[in-house]
Every structure is written in structure tokens, then in C-alpha cells.
Design a protein around this ligand. Structure first.
Ligand code: BMA
Length: 310
């Protein structure tokens, strides 16, 4: 018997989860937090895979419809073992976010080491080979996402530095995507709400007439641990450090068993979305740090719902 719907704004695809451990053609621990792009007619998902050793790296999945995927035989990006990046990736690379800017594909991801998480930038032309460009933050920062175009002449990103143990969304700007500055606080946890403990950017911002739509994650701490949910916010197109409207309710919460139970219980965590010509939006998310799922909705409805909270 199917469950009643309507508890969440987004619709879970009936075939969820779309990628599990069984779909990975080599031995590993889990797969989660994948970032999508649609290149031509092909849907690609750059996946975070956690190996049996306990650290993460990336694999590539390919599909034709956005729901069914086949994972490449080998990982596409492993932590660097030598060179200038290696000492910052000793505990793995995590949570990639792909963004197309002026016809080129960039990925921001988290490089993890003994010194804490840093945001790193790489570029790819074929989604199989990744050229590391630069570490673009100091330690204590993650959840970096690039806006898909320059704003007022500068590359723009959101990220989540941890200060005073408070995780908020910040914005910064760059002329060359390597050197970043003008850091400003954009959005903080919402006391008493579902996103009261920590928040961070999830999907690269989506340009809409109503503003930049950001799919973000929010975490509430409970006596049995954190609960991660997905929310939405609109930022001003010209001045993206200005919040136009922030959804007061999550658009997806962990409810299904695959979201409730896994390596980390009660987690839905998005790393990207695809907007189709017909207004459909597909949001890809990791569930319980153990598998990959997709939830759908109408972009226009999501914008309306977000604006209702103005
Ligand atoms: C966050 C990130 C995500 C992870 C989530 C839940 O801090 O590290 O990669 O999915 O925690 O464990």
C-alpha cells in the first residue's frame, strides 16, 4: 500500500533510492550526496562514495532520463596522494557541487584533513578527469556553491564557515575564482525552527525571475542527534546577499526508511538540482548518508511557496 502523500512539498520519486551500494561496481561503504548536470541529452551525477577505509572520493553515474543511472566502473576522482593538494585531502574529498559557468564546468568540493574541511575548486571538460585549480578557503569551511554567472562582474559563491560553532551561509566574490574576498553573512540558523542549529548552501543557485533560488540544508539538534532537512530561499538577483524570502517550512524532511536509517540517521541532503524546460525541477539528495534519491516538483510552485513566507 502506498503511503499518503502531501506531508512534504516535494514529491519523492516512487523508484527511490535511485543509487545504492549495490549499484556501485566496486567494493565501498556508502554512496550519497551526488551533484547533477544535464549535458546534452545525458544526465550525469557526480557521486560522493565512501570507501571501506572510511574516507570519501567521487564516482560518476550516467543516465538518459534523470531517474535511472549506471555508475562508471572506476572512481573518477580520488584524494590527491602527492603534490600541493595532498596534505589537505588526507581524510578524503566530499560533497561535490558542479556548476556550468560560461560553457565551462567547475566543481567545488570539501577537502578534508586533520586541519579541518576546506573548499577546493576543480574544472572538468568530460566529468571523468578533474583538474584541481586551487584551495579557495581556509579550514573550517564547507558547502561551497558557485553561482552560474558573474554578478556585477565578479564570480560569486556561497559557503559555510564555522565561527563560534555557528554554521551560517556567507557570500564572497572573486575576479578569478581563485582569490576570494568581500565575505559577508547572508543567512543564519532560524532559532526555534527546523533549521535552528546549522544551515548551509546545498544546490548551486538557480536563476529565476523572482531571484536566485537556493536549495539549502538546515539542521535541528535533538536529544537523539541531528535531523537534516531541505529548504528554499530567494536572494536578490543584483544583490545576492539580500534575502528576499525564506521558506519557513522545509520542502523535504526525512520520513522514508531509507532517509531515516543509514550510516547517519535522519538525513536528506541535496547537492544539486536540474530544471527542465517544462518547469519540472529534480532535486538530487543523499539519504541517511547511505544512498542517492531524487525528489521532484514544479519550479514555479517552489518559488510561490518560498515567496509566501516573505
Ligand atoms: C554534513 C555534511 C554532509 C552529510 C551531513 C549528514 O555536515 O558533512 O556530507 O551528509 O553532514 O551527516
Amino acid at each position: 500500500m502506498s503511503r499518503p502523500t502531501g506531508r512534504d512539498f516535494l514529491h519523492r520519486w516512487e523508484g527511490n533510492p535511485i543509487i545504492t551500494l549495490e549499484d556501485i561496481p566496486y567494493r565501498c561503504n556508502t554512496v550519497f550526496n551526488g551533484t547533477p548536470v544535464k549535458a546534452g541529452d545525458e544526465y550525469l551525477l557526480l557521486l560522493r562514495v565512501e570507501g571501506q577505509q572510511g574516507y570519501s572520493f567521487f564516482s560518476l553515474a550516467r543516465g538518459q532520463d534523470g531517474f535511472h543511472f549506471t555508475v562508471d566502473p572506476e572512481p573518477v576522482m580520488l584524494p590527491a596522494k602527492e603534490g600541493p593538494f595532498s596534505k589537505y585531502e588526507t581524510r578524503g574529498i566530499e560533497d561535490p557541487r558542479l556548476t556550468e559557468i560560461e560553457g565551462r564546468y567547475y566543481v567545488l568540493f570539501t577537502a578534508v584533513s586533520h586541519w579541518g574541511p576546506r573548499i577546493e575548486l576543480a574544472e572538468t571538460t568530460d566529468f571523468v578527469h578533474y583538474e584541481r585549480i586551487a584551495l579557495v578557503s581556509e579550514p573550517g569551511n564547507k558547502d561551497g556553491v558557485l553561482f552560474p554567472e558573474k554578478i556585477n562582474g565578479r564570480y560569486t559563491r556561497l559557503d559555510r564557515p564555522i565561527g563560534n560553532d555557528i554554521g551560517s551561509i556567507w557570500i564572497s566574490f572573486s575576479e578569478d575564482m581563485i582569490h576570494w574576498g568581500d565575505h559577508r553573512l547572508v543567512m543564519t540558523p532560524h532559532a526555534g525552527y527546523w533549521d535552528s542549529y546549522r544551515i548551509g548552501a546545498s544546490a548551486p543557485p538557480i536563476k529565476t525571475e523572482a531571484g536566485w533560488l537556493e536549495i539549502y540544508h538546515g539542521m535541528k539538534m535533538t536529544r537523539s542527534g541531528p535531523i537534516y532537512k531541505i529548504g528554499s530561499v530567494l536572494f536578490d538577483l543584483e544583490n545576492p546577499s539580500r534575502v528576499i524570502a525564506r521558506c519557513d517550512e522545509p520542502i523535504l524532511s526525512p520520513r522514508e526508511t531509507y532517509e531515516r536509517i543509514g550510516d547517519v540517521n535522519n538525513v536528506v541532503f541535496a547537492c544539486g538540482a536540474i530544471v527542465e524546460q517544462n518547469d519540472d525541477i529534480k532535486i538530487y539528495y543523499g539519504a541517511a548518508d547511505t544512498c542517492i534519491c531524487v525528489a521532484t516538483g514544479k519550479l514555479s510552485h517552489l518559488i510561490e511557496r518560498t515567496l509566501e513566507s516573505e
